[in-house]
Design a protein around this ligand. Sequence first.
Ligand code: SF4
Ligand code: SF4
Length: 384
Amino acid sequence: MAQQNKENQTLKLTLVVTRQCNFDCRYCLQKHEDAVMPEEMGKKAIDDLAGSVLFRSEKLKKASPGETPKVRGQISFYGGEPLLQRPLIEKLVKYAKAKFAEIENSRLVFEITTNGTLLDEAFVSFAKENRIILALSHDGLSQDLVRLDRGGHPTKALVDKKLDMLLQTFPDTIIMMTVHPDHVDKVAESLEFFRGKGVRAVSMVLAHGERVLWTDEKFEALSLEMEKVEKLYEAWNLGDSIFRFIPFENKIRNYIRGKDADSAPCHFGCHKLMVDTDGKYYPCSHFIRLEGFSVGSIDEGLDDSRLESLESQRIEPKDCAECALSSRCHHTCACANHGHTGSMSEVSALQCEYEKLLIRLSDQAASFLMQSESPRFIERMYRN
Ligand code: SF4
Ligand code: SF4
């Protein structure tokens, strides 16, 4: 037990505070409804998380007498657009802080990913005071093509203003960018746009689901675009400059540190749990409200047999088990696989090719930046 890594000592709870959203993104996988998490339900979920943190902490103490284990609770507020339920979030943050203050050596962090429209100075101050990590979903130059509001209006001008405001308090705000296959040609330019605004970190995922169609041509165009991104990433990390492109950095850091974070399957229910507005538990956001994927509820507790049954369906495909890139590839991600292929264990051709592309380009960038002895890059990659 003393060998447990940091990840095993972080227990994650995601609360779906609302199913409603003020956006209508072209790739959104959710069905928006007027459902809100009752405050008492949120508090009960926090009580359960605090109980699990305390239990884990006691267990670690027994296993390593003399050591002071730090078990961390992480609470993410999720939607829809979570800030539509801002008063509820504010109450639950206060409640959780008071609850965790009673647990010796525990730590608590909060996270919110928002589309940004409802951010204001008061909430940014609240986030700062309560150490809430805010991430902003923004698709850069594709924003007005794929992320319209519910009335069909463009959103970029407003979200850009919110980004400027956010960066003044949180200069390390992470942008969560989704790439739609119809707009792959805007990826590099979007990163340039963000960098011009002063952003220092961008994460990126490919849109998927029934409403999105990737073709060979579109993937080919994406590959060319990512070559440009790699060159920009190199240039923006020379000397004292910093620009974190998270998809590359995860691959590089994990390789340097010998961690297989990209290939390690997350364990359903053990370290992270999602609670929907109706109190049902799900293993992660992708599976929410999908038939057969609920793993218990706030009233009935975790359904161990359901968890075991889901875990048993996760089998590494033969091709992946034999692949030289296996330890650096995200092929064990059940939700990504399910989103692309409908099976937790089947990797789509798109995902496979994208992983290979990311690994190749991140290695190329790392090699260049190491040879250039870029101090900030090297420090970042080797820092614990
Ligand atoms: S902001 Fe998020 S939840 Fe809202 S429509 Fe877009 S993808 Fe869906
Ligand atoms: S690169 Fe492709 S074949 Fe190799 S482990 Fe990843 S998904 Fe599997």
